[in-house]
Design a protein around this ligand. Structure first.
Ligand code: C5P
Length: 317
């Protein structure tokens, strides 16, 4: 079998397996506009891909099957046709005119329902791995279009780096940011449902508790700060319109944000729809110190020091 001996990128030496990995993301700024007729909100966001990765390994098989290992494998992540990876396989197979046949394995380090786009990372990695396994010859543009059909964050998981996201988040303009940014992610025990957080934002806006969302904050300051720093400029530019509804649904997050700044973070914000807290550090040693401090504070289930930008979904092995 030619697959068993080839050693191209992503191709493992056993049974023709192909592996790809994709990163988690933090929304460095997330402006949420009004609710659209299609049930999504208009966004202005700046995505940053960070160094916490899920890996999807795919192998030749006679039908689709799925195994989930690591984060969420206790049942939080479905290991069947509901999983975005399964849907990615069916979508790519239909696009390429091939049979959806593969054994799919997800090794998760990105926690589920954490505001880190873990499910989107898995879907993006699956598209890249299955494209190689099936030899579909899909272009990066083809994969991006399929990604957008799977979820608002999947195109960014494919692209990685730093990008301005508009539309429902799926329309991307890459941003060149050569500087490295260090963060500590404070991960909570229980996840938060993204639709529930958006619905809470709508409820707060219609009750007049929050402004109505017609004016979406400019992304210019955060892009300028990301490009060249200093950390104080990025700290001042961080924002997230989903933070207020996430705090309403999870009041203890206020203490978690406070713990991060008390422990020496430049600034801290809720990542995406939460409940992960993203704490900005000045540099890598500061992030290591901050992670150690926060691990001892007892407010998070897990604490991870990460950095970004990192590339999007890529073959590995
Ligand atoms: O696109 P995705 O499947 O990740 O979105 C999950 C849910 O998050 C949507 O069904 C919607 O309730 C909410 N959402 C939104 N506006 C966006 C993105 C997501 O309201 N731009």
């Amino acid at each position: 079998m030619s697959n068993a001996t080839s050693a191209g990128p992503g191709r493992l030496h056993e049974f023709g397996a192909v592996a790809a990995r994709a990163p988690a993301k933090v929304n460095v700024t997330l402006g949420v506009g009004p609710l659209r007729a299609d049930g999504f909100h208009e966004l202005q966001t700046v995505f940053l891909a960070v160094s916490l990765f899920d890996t999807v390994t795919v192998r030749p098989a006679e039908r689709l099957s799925l195994v989930v290992r690591g984060e969420g494998s206790d049942g939080a992540v479905p290991a069947d046709a509901r999983n975005l990876v399964w849907r990615a396989a069916e979508l790519l197979a239909r696009h390429a005119g091939v049979r959806a046949e593969a054994r799919l394995e997800i090794d998760k380090s990105i926690p589920a329902a954490a505001g880190l786009a873990g499910g989107s990372a898995d879907a993006a990695a699956a598209l890249v791995a299955l494209d190689a396994l099936w030899g579909t010859r899909a272009t990066r543009g083809d994969l991006a279009r399929l990604a957008a059909q799977l979820g608002s964050d999947v195109p960014f998981s494919l692209l990685g780096g730093v990008a301005l996201g508009t539309g429902r988040g799926e329309q991307l303009s890459p941003v060149v940011a050569r500087r490295r940014w260090d963060w500590v992610l404070g991960i909570a025990g229980d996840g938060l449902s993204t639709p529930t957080v958006y619905a809470e934002l709508d409820a707060l806006r219609s009750a007049g508790t929050l402004p109505d969302g017609e004016v979406v904050a400019s992304t210019e300051p955060v892009i300028a700060a990301l490009r060249s720093g200093p950390p104080s400029a990025l700290a001042a530019a961080l924002s997230n319109d989903l933070q207020a509804p996430a705090l309403r649904l999870r009041p203890e997050l206020r203490r978690a944000l406070h713990a991060a700044t008390e422990a020496g973070a430049r600034a801290a914000l809720v990542s995406g729809s939460g409940p992960t807290v993203a704490a900005l550090a000045d540099d890598e040693p500061a992030a290591v110190r901050l992670a150690a401090e926060l691990a001892g504070a007892g407010v998070f289930r897990t604490v991870r020091a990460v950095h970004g930008p990192v590339p999007g979904a890529r073959l590995v092995g």
